[in-house]
Design a protein. Sequence first.
Length: 368
Amino acid sequence: MSEVFFADLRAGQASQSVLTKVQRLYRKAKLGETFRPGDLVAVKTHFGEEGNTAYLRPELVSKVVDMVIKGGGKPFLTDSSTLYKGMRTNAVDHLRLAARHGYTYPVVNAPVIIADGLKGTDYVEVPVNLKHCTTVKVGSVVQDADAIITVSHFKGHGLTGFGGALKNVGMGLGSRRGKMEMHALVRAQVVKERCKGCGQCLLRCPPGAIRLKGRKATVDPEKCIGCGECNVACRYGAIDLGDWNNYIALQERIVEYCYGILKGKEGKNGFITFVIDVSPLCDCYEFNDVPIVPDIGILASKDIVAIDQAAADLVKAAPGMQGSMLKGDLSPGSDKLREIVDADWSAQLRYAEELGLGERSYDLIKVR
């Protein structure tokens, strides 16, 4: 059974502040043991998308950076390029956005390096020989790093149910080519009777796979990359993303990317997850909705599977937020994540455990 350390957000004095608790959790989880003095330590996080305000505040991440420096490591913050239209499709815009969101050297005390280069083409193919992927295409910067500490914002997700440490590593550190490979089985289809011909999906489609014909949207399946942008853009529920079994395959491909990214770095990985501002959709969108549950706390572990399972369990155990997108049962114990996307979000956890990435069983240890 893996250890997962947890701190709530209550504070009555400076020694109980969130910033202090981040460092306390880091020490309790012994994340300093994941690297040696002089090691280049990748601190994987998500800098948010333009217009989104649910991303992690840089002050929170900076406390992890401070602990790495104190342990003799050489930290840098990193993320990779995206498939969708936005401010993170190339390193120049990505770095500008990170700085705009406060991820600058004076704040975080570390440089920001985009993992897959200027245009998302700088990657290494790592052999895995698993169910879906023979190789995974990993940003070369992370492949060269000596250790990885992943700082995640736990939230809902329209394709995988939730985004936690597994998705932050697997999708977040896969190159643009790798992201296309992970999304390959998801294909958008238009429900004609619901389509109003507004064209919002067309504007959001990264590869230009959508056209208006006879005042109805149509999708070219040969061009569709399965990113789900059109589904989020549509206010009328006119986009169907296909067979839910494909969503399971997407989760499993993300896990296989995790497997390849962490391969060769056994014992050199640590994870911190903030279960706060639990918005129903990913921080990749240029907006964020009302959180689906109240702020819960912070988790730390060396086990990527256990920390995601613990975060999902805490969200399930919390009361649902009135006024959020949740329309069903808001009581503690109800499956809020399943209401976001009607698919089995636990598939990623089962497969990750099967591949030996960690354990779903855990001991939740309260840290004050």
